[in-house]
Design a protein around this ligand. Structure first.
Ligand SMILES: *Cc1c(COP(=O)(O)O)cnc(C)c1O
Length: 398
């Protein structure tokens, strides 16, 4: 046998968002005043009551293995949260707690996919889905959405794309990278198609707590018994509680799927960190005021950023309703020339902005949408202002 490497592993694309963020960090370390709009995590500290629960856990010796799929205490807290917030009934034995939302999603694809099964992924999408699906031997099939429909897949579009190889649909609401959310009406129609064709829905609701204005978060699994049976609801503490480093995510599913996922996880990683699980119980059951404060701050930045982007030449964006991202259409910019050369792609635009204007943005080709970029507002309002000033200066020079 020659010393070859895994074709599957080699087919995995490293995360481009992390690459840009790393370059911006390196520039900062050299003393360059970079404004980074790449942040994929809240810029707030984890609330103090949550940190204190972790410290208590250490002091009390809660530092050993727990059941692989999470403690009974945490599963009970998640079960209550599913009931009260999402209006879905998942008993503790339908819940699997994982090392972050990412492991939860990877568990889901591993549990439901066989070799060659197709998964519908509306584009733009969070860049990890295709790689996770491929790692689970599935095949991502993209549904290109339109700006007119808020970058959301329609029931008709989904129905047209379903073949006899289609196993599942990924639905991410609120969406990373667009910040848009699916309405109840849209989800009802999508649920009808899903039930009719008997496929699964992988509902990624990681940003469910970050919704602004009068919009409501609707979990597709709450829309009836038939859609409930076919849905795996995925969420976690990372974004809602500013707990990205703690690595706690979870899923609600049928008992059968939960058993498969627990078995896989028991060999892969065993339990998520015991201390973080104690912190997660406090996050879900303790006071929620810190969450409201974070949300209000995000909302202020969202409003400011949206107003400014609307006034800039050559770019446009829809008003995001959730998460902490703006999805900016830059196709007009890519048609322009800069230093005598056509800009051409959002990746080149990102390079110019970083090298010549010290602003880091995330070009969205890896999110399935070229000529668009993502701006995160998980940075201070001062930095947002400074970064937008620079982008504006660049655009006005074209
Ligand atoms: C951040 C994120 C996740 C998972 O986050 P973890 O850090 O693994 O908990 C899942 N889905 C989307 C869309 C995300 O942006």
């Amino acid at each position: 046998m020659p010393l070859t490497l895994s074709e599957k592993a080699k087919s995995v694309k490293p995360s481009s968002t992390l690459a840009i963020t790393a370059k911006a960090k390196a520039m900062k370390a050299e003393g360059i005043d970079v404004v980074g709009f790449g942040a994929g995590e809240p810029d707030f500290n984890t609330p103090e009551n949550i940190c204190n629960a972790a410290i208590e856990a250490i002091k009390n010796g809660f530092t050993k293995y727990t059941p692989a799929s999470g403690t009974d205490e945490l599963k009970a807290a998640i079960s209550r949260k599913f009931h009260d917030f999402n209006h879905i009934t998942y008993a503790p034995n339908q819940i699997v707690v994982s090392n972050g939302g990412k492991q939860g999603l990877q568990n889901v694809f591993t549990a439901i996919l066989n070799y060659g099964d197709e998964v519908l992924v509306p584009a733009p999408y969070w860049l990890s889905y295709p790689e996770m699906i491929k790692l689970a031997d599935g095949v991502p099939k993209y549904l290109v959405t339109t700006k007119e429909n808020g970058y959301k897949a329609t029931a008709e579009q989904i129905e047209k794309a379903i073949t006899d190889r289609t196993k599942a649909l990924v639905l991410n609401s609120p969406s990373n990278p667009t910040g848009n959310i699916y309405t109840r009406e849209e989800l009802i129609k999508i649920a009808e198609v899903v039930v009719k064709h008997d496929i699964y829905v992988v509902a990624d609701e990681m940003y469910e707590n970050l919704i602004y204005g009068d919009e409501e978060h609707v979990s597709i699994a709450s829309l009836g018994e038939e859609i409930y049976k076919r849905t795996i609801t995925c969420s976690g503490l990372s974004k809602s509680y500013s707990m990205t480093g703690w690595r706690i995510g979870y899923t609600g599913s049928s008992i059968e799927i939960a058993k498969l996922m627990s078995a896989v996880q028991s060999h892969e990683t065993s339990n998520p960190n015991s201390i973080a699980q104690k912190a997660a119980v406090e996050a879900l059951t303790g006071p929620q005021d810190a969450i409201e404060l974070m949300k209000n701050e995000f909302d202020k930045r969202r409003v400011y950023m949206y107003e400014r982007i609307c006034k800039m030449p050559y770019i446009s964006c829809l008003e995001p309703k959730g998460a902490f991202y703006m999805f900016v259409d830059a196709h007009e910019v890519t048609e322009k020339t800069y230093n005598g050369e056509k800009i051409g792609t959002a990746a080149e635009l990102a390079r110019i902005l970083l090298d010549d204007f010290s602003v880091a943005i995330i070009p969205c080709a890896d999110f399935g949408f070229p000529n668009h970029f993502r701006l995160s507002y998980a940075i201070s309002i001062e930095n947002i202002e400074k970064g937008l000033d620079r982008i504006q200066k660049f655009l006005e020079s074209l």
